[in-house]
Design a protein around this ligand. Sequence first.
Ligand code: PRP
Ligand code: URA
Length: 210
Amino acid sequence: MNDNIFILDHPLIQHKITMMRVRSTGTNEFRRLTDEVAILMGYEALRDLPLKNIDIETPLQKCSAPVLAGKKLAIVPILRAGLGMVNGLLSLVPSAKVGHIGLYRDHITHEPHEYYCKLPDSIEERTIVVLDPMLATGGSACTAIDFIKQQGGKHIKFMAIIAAPEGLKKLADAHPDIQIYCGHLDECLNDECYICPGLGDAGDRIFGTI
Ligand code: PRP
Ligand code: URA
């Protein structure tokens, strides 16, 4: 474990992740839980956003008070499943720009394949929050972050609702400079590189394509 890995063990996050795991949790509820966990995780992941003071007037007096320093934020979901976390982050920072990285895992090799990438402008100036509910082998996360760095991205945070130890190690070894936030660290990967106990295929459960 390096200092840039944060396992967010807040009781509300843990409770909601357990509900997401349950096989009988339907699409509607799964989507809602994904959104809520993203908000709770985002609250923690954004706690180092810089502030600046502005002069305001309350009903009682003038004072100087903190607001976000206006450093630009980019939210970058890894398609498809990362889309389920976007609104949660946007509810915290509505002015954030949203990029997209389209990757799918080959069912046989489990290697990620890229099919779409578009990032907001001035990416080098932005704090970038990459979203994907599942960090399994780590292949998709590493590919996404390689791409963001090639485009000039520097200040990168990665958020996964559930991580496998294998993927967490791979990502942290490949990109020790990024902050990694996980809602839960699960036990292992199975032979098909699914996270166990996990929650199944996050994209299918969010979009009802099972
Ligand atoms: C899932 C998940 C991650 C990836 C994780 O996406 O959302 O992007 O697998 O696996 P890895 O760490 O081994 O790369 P998937 O490829 O199933 O695509 P989808 O989101 O379109 O369902
Ligand atoms: N992708 C998922 O959606 N779930 C897993 O367990 C692994 C990869």
